[in-house]
Design a protein around this ligand. Structure first.
Ligand SMILES: Cc1cc2nc3c(=O)[nH]c(=O)nc-3n(C[C@H](O)[C@H](O)[C@H](O)COP(=O)(O)O)c2cc1C
Ligand SMILES: O=C(O)C(=O)c1ccccc1
Length: 330
């Protein structure tokens, strides 16, 4: 990718361990085949979707990924500019390198991703800050009780952001940038407290087991994202597509189920929607677009996915995502 330092490229591309889960995510989509319907006279497609009160021009969100300023000098501001132009939502990583207020100034619809922090005073202040900036939902990442180990970036020697870059939303009231803490004591009680303290919809990111999907419903989560963190946390974890059916069954239609991991084409999105996901999120493809061409690069990536989804819906005999059903997938 243009201008991307090889060490940073490995940080973005890499997965945990042997990268089995990283590969499994992409392979799972490639294994599915579509059984199209014909002669349905559907006319032009309508990709619009509403999620937790958020209107989206298509069922594709930008997954939260760290450190966009390593990919492009405009960082998360460029990514958000593209999200706004494409009419979709960006989930801003807690490890974003631009202040949430600057990202919000693009006019993009934003959700904010949170690693729950043990310092509750700091966390409350952060939530107040992002809420004031206008984020529309809180995405709580639950698959990371500890930092990832053995990723490519650890072998290449990538440890921290270069001078001048920082996780700008981790500044406390003294201006000091806090480290993001991965908390191995996290439990459902923490989630209950979080939910009680915010008026925002709460989305749990990193659900793979159906029993956890059921608990998410019982604890009042507004949505879940089936995710294995793009193969960056537990190597050997199930591919997200393989986890999706049981999670959907456990959720039983009570809350929307989203999915990320290895989604690269419009047909991947069609497969996810046909099986019952309400929307998908994409991580690395957005980073490559950002590295290659800033806001325009990201927008081009999003418009390519939109065109591919539109085309494959037409060829499968569907006008809207809601017209798709599991019988279309082999
Ligand atoms: C470079 C990179 C950084 C990431 N940073 C975060 C993060 O800060 N918070 C988070 O919840 N997930 C993070 N993720 C996981 C993504 O949100 C998402 O689950 C994953 O990238 C989806 O898979 P894909 O990249 O194959 O589309 C990161 C992923 C990558 C590749
Ligand atoms: O790289 C990641 O996957 C990730 O989640 C992360 C979180 C905090 C800082 C840097 C990266």
């Amino acid at each position: 990718m243009t201008g991307l330092d090889p060490v940073h490229r490995d940080f973005f591309a890499g997965g945990a361990g042997e990268e089995r889960t990283l590969r499994a995510n992409e392979d799972a989509w490639a294994r599915r085949r579509i059984i199209p319907r014909v002669l349905r006279g559907t006319g032009p497609r309508d990709l619009r979707t509403t999620l937790l009160g958020t209107d989206l021009s298509m069922p594709v969100l930008i997954a939260p990924t760290a450190f966009h300023s390593l990919a492009h000098p405009d960082g998360e501001v460029a990514t958000a500019t593209a999200a706004a132009a494409a009419g979709t939502a960006m989930i801003v990583s807690m490890a974003a390198t631009r202040p949430i207020e600057q990202i919000a100034a693009t006019g993009a619809t934003l959700w904010f991703q949170l690693y729950p922090q043990p310092d509750l005073t700091f966390q409350d202040a952060l939530l107040e800050r992002v809420t004031k900036a206008g984020v529309k939902a809180l995405v709580v990442t639950v698959d990371s009780p500890v930092f990832s180990h053995g990723r490519r970036d650890l072998r290449t020697g990538f440890t921290d952001l270069p001078p001048g870059l920082a996780c700008e939303n981790m500044r406390d009231d003294t201006g000091v940038v806090r480290d993001i803490t991965m908390d191995d004591t996290l439990s459902w009680a923490h989630l209950d407290r979080l939910r009680a303290g915010t008026g925002l919809p709460v989305v749990l990111k990193g659900i793979l087991h159906p029993a956890d999907a059921l608990l998410a419903v019982e604890h009042g989560a507004d949505a879940v994202i089936v995710s294995n963190h793009g193969g960056r946390q537990l190597d050997g974890a199930i591919a997200t597509l393989d986890a999706l059916p049981a999670v959907l069954a456990a959720a039983g239609g009570r809350i929307p189920v989203l999915i990320d991991g290895g989604i690269r084409t419009g047909t991947d999105i069609l497969v996810a929607l046909a099986l019952g996901a309400k929307a998908v999120a994409v991580g690395r493809p957005v980073i490559w677009g950002l590295a290659g061409g800033g806001a325009h690069g990201v927008q081009e990536k999003l418009e390519t996915l939109r065109a591919q989804l539109d085309h494959s819906l037409a060829l499968a005999g569907a006008q809207r995502p809601a017209d798709l059903s599991p019988d279309l997938i082999a």
